[in-house]
Design a protein around this ligand. Structure first.
Ligand code: URA
Length: 438
């Protein structure tokens, strides 16, 4: 089979068969199809899309590129959760231990930073020694002993997504419904959890900029999950501003730890974590109704069991759990620079894309495949949308390890904030809840 013919067919809007997708994806995995041909095909998919059948085939080819875990020996329903990628979105680090502390096992397959968005695996690797490449056996065993596991694609679990993901990250081929849907759902199917809760981001700091695009993505993922016999709920949630006040890997670990300690300094992050956790508990049958679920969540936050679960998860995956209790031991940057307000008024825009680009320029994300991440750098927002501000007051603090990059981040952030004379209401956090039944 000539790969160029397959690329050309997709360029013209045609459909590849399952066998052809298998040859392309598996050939890439084995090293027989080079990155440049796969990158061309990815770009053609971005422009031409995929029919539901072709998307289902691609997802199964990717899921079947490694093992598909059977979690039935747990004797309990396990849940998984995934965000389609946002800015300051450290929800998984709060939700996974929180739900596990409420008695429901969480089997989470995560990703690295992608395009401008952060990735749970990169954040967790801020903790010295933390391992994300678990074998299938380790994944299942830890789920049984700790009740929570967060792992990435590996040679055993959705390896095809691992390769495509790294290529998409650096070839501007992320923002595509079929590519996101197949990437997310291939990992979810491989991870084996029968219950999946999806957080589909929408807005300027998301790959889906409009609510209708986000709904389309949610529908595509729900259909894939349903066809595979999984129970899937998707929330469409706002990403017109960074979700939390920290953007950067170690900074976001610190924010998640603070949230698990009951800090309310990031109310939208905490609200979203509660909504997603409650859905996971309800679907798993751990609570009879939403009030019951929220009661369990409040208790796990109050009595410290959610924080203890994060400690256990980190230790089980080889990480040093000390920074969970002493966040000052997380990697910190050498340089700090405040971004001052240009006038008096109310904060009307905090552009999540500009904030993410600044964080990535500092070294929080990758520009080329295989780039290493600087865990310490990022942007700490001092004000949220709608807050009153006075001229000269800091709107954000840049955490940097390099003077030139600091200057570039400062320039990128210059246009990130808009101050208006009157306060405006921030957009609602939860835009929609979708499931196969709805
Ligand atoms: N998360 C993923 O796992 N894949 C994507 O393509 C986007 C978000």
């Amino acid at each position: 089979m000539a790969v160029a013919e397959l690329i050309d067919r997709k360029r013209l809007g045609g459909r590849l068969t399952r066998a052809e997708l298998h040859a392309l994806v598996d050939g890439h995995l084995r090293g027989d199809v080079p990155d440049y041909q796969v990158a061309a095909w990815l770009m053609a998919v971005c422009w031409r899309g995929m029919s539901p059948d072709e998307l289902a085939d691609l997802t199964m080819v990717m899921a079947e590129s490694g093992r598909q875990l059977d979690l039935s020996s747990l004797g309990q329903l396990a849940v998984d959760k995934h965000s389609t990628g946002g800015v300051g979105d450290t929800t998984s680090l709060v939700v996974v231990p929180l739900v596990a502390a409420c008695g429901v096992p969480v089997a989470k397959m995560s990703g690295r930073g992608l395009g401008f968005s952060g990735g749970t695996l990169d954040k967790l690797e801020s903790l010295p020694g933390f391992r994300v490449d678990l074998s299938a056996e380790q994944f299942v065993e830890q789920l049984g002993t700790v009740g929570a596991v967060i792992a990435g694609q590996s040679p055993e679990l959705a390896p095809a997504d691992g390769k495509l993901y790294a290529l998409r990250d650096v070839t501007a081929t992320v923002a595509s419904v079929p590519l996101i849907a197949s990437s997310v759902m291939s990992k979810k199917l491989a991870g084996g959890a029968p219950i999946i809760v999806l957080d589909v981001k929408c807005g300027r700091g998301a790959f889906m900029q409009t609510e209708s695009e986000a709904r389309e993505l949610a529908e595509a993922m729900i259909a894939i999950g349903q066809a595979a016999g999984r129970i899937v709920t998707a929330f469409v949630t706002d990403m017109e501003q960074p979700l939390g006040s920290m953007v950067g890997n170690a900074l976001e670990v610190r924010q998640a730890v603070n949230a698990l300690r009951g800090s309310t300094d990031s109310p939208r992050l905490l609200e979203l974590a509660r909504v997603l956790a409650a859905e996971m508990l309800l679907l798993a049958g751990a609570a009879p109704d939403p009030e019951g679920a929220h009661h369990l969540i409040a208790r796990a936050l109050r009595d410290g069991s959610a924080l203890a679960k994060l400690r256990d998860l980190v230790a089980a995956q080889g990480g040093d759990p000390t920074p969970i209790d002493r966040p000052e031991q997380l990697p910190t940057a050498r340089l700090r620079r405040a971004v001052p307000a240009s006038g008096d008024g109310y904060l009307a825009v905090v552009d999540p894309l500009a904030v993410a680009r600044a964080a990535n320029r500092l070294g929080a994300g990758r520009e080329r495949k295989g780039d290493s991440i600087d865990p310490a750098v990022g942007v700490e927002l001092s004000k949220s949308l709608g807050s009153p501000v006075t001229r000269g007051e800091p709107l954000a603090v840049i955490h940097a390890n390099d003077d030139a990059r600091l200057a570039e981040a400062l320039a990128l952030l210059a246009g990130a904030f808009v101050i208006a004379p009157e306060p405006a209401d921030p957009p609602p956090l939860i835009r929609a809840r979708m499931s196969a039944e709805a």
